[in-house]
Design a protein around this ligand. Structure first.
Ligand code: UDP
Length: 311
């Protein structure tokens, strides 16, 4: 069945991969983006596709009239820690006012609302792996708080519209996602290190590199959102991979895969940097039949190809 679907942040890194999959499934998609960190170049390969409409707008402000909708994926938000200081107010706005604007639209149209939340709601977690039942360990006034707290607020708002207004809602908690279309100057570890390796510059490791992350490939992440949207499960669901690795090992892997002559340079640790992060995926597995399909080496090789063309 062909649906009318709105994707906010549709020109962004993850949003554009989601738009690709939705179009492939035969839906009519409206992508809205204000270009703050996204780029319409990410959807340029759909030029002329009548099933895709692209709208330049800031969803934190008033929403344009999108007509009848079946699903609203709210994926708009800067997401790289590098953006947390320069775009602090924009991040707070899009996850609070932007989320409420989309929820009101869902209430009006009867659409299902899907909120792209984050593993950052767990902060610097004191339990590992992190199940959805974990309440988190967030510094409410630290440099990361604009992202962490606004996503937590977005989740609270989503649950309030679910409980109080009967809106069909879904919440995804994304763990670190990487892949083609990350910005070259995005600042996140995968893009930084691949670009550095391709330029034979030292790979920057913040702190001692023992902090861990679990890296999920963008196609798997986008597919997880679609599975969740089409399920009837309204509580938060972690999406990512359970393969956890120290950041310094990621640097070594990227040097090997790029055949780079780069070494590693240690820089001061980022403030409030979570020491470990790994999803408990049992809910995604049980409720959605979700399993990641792309292994880290395979996904990194795809991403390296993307950056070879860009650097
Ligand atoms: N990091 C790093 N070097 C970089 C960029 C990031 O060592 O050039 C570290 C960062 O301190 C963190 C991890 O890599 O421990 C992941 O950082 P990223 O910014 O990708 O996302 P986060 O998981 O912190 O949201």
């Amino acid at each position: 069945m062909s649906r009318q679907i709105l994707v906010t942040g549709g020109a962004g890194f993850l949003g554009s991969h989601l738009v690709d999959l939705l179009l492939k499934d035969g839906h009519n998609v409206t992508a809205v983006d204000n270009g703050i960190t996204g780029s319409w170049a990410n959807l340029a390969h759909h030029e002329g596709n009548k099933n895709l409409e692209m709208i330049d707008a800031d969803v934190s402000l008033e929403l344009p009239d999108f007509g009848q909708l079946d699903q609203i994926f709210h994926f708009a938000s800067p997401a790289s820690p590098k953006d947390f200081e320069p775009l602090a107010l924009e991040i707070l706005a899009v996850n609070s006012k932007g989320t409420e604007n989309c929820l009101k639209l869902a209430e009006r149209t009867g659409a299902t609302f899907i909120f792209a939340s984050t593993s950052e709601v767990y902060g610097d977690p004191l339990v590992s792996p992190q199940p959805e039942s974990y309440w988190g360990n967030v510094n409410p006034i630290g440099v990361r708080s604009v992202y962490d707290e606004s996503k937590r607020f977005g989740e609270a708002l989503t649950m309030a519209y679910h409980r109080g207004k009967g809106v069909q809602t879904r919440i995804i908690r994304y763990f670190n996602t990487y892949g083609p279309r990350m910005r070259i100057d995005d600042g996140r570890v995968v893009s930084n290190m691949i670009v550095q390796a391709l330029k034979n510059q030292p790979l920057t490791v913040y702190g001692d590199g023992s902090q861990t992350r679990s890296f999920g490939y963008c196609h798997d992440s986008a597919r997880g959102a679609i599975l969740l949207a089409n399920s009837s499960y309204h509580l938060p669901v972690n999406i990512g991979t359970t393969f956890e690795m120290p950041v310094v090992d990621l640097a070594k892997l990227i040097i090997r895969l790029t055949k780079s002559s780069s070494g590693v340079e240690y820089l001061p640790a980022a403030p409030d940097d979570p020491k470990r992060r790994r999803p408990d995926l049992s809910t995604a597995n049980r409720e959605l039949g979700y399993e990641p399909t792309i292994g880290l080496e395979e996904g990194l090789l795809e991403t390296i190809e993307h950056f070879r063309k860009a650097v």
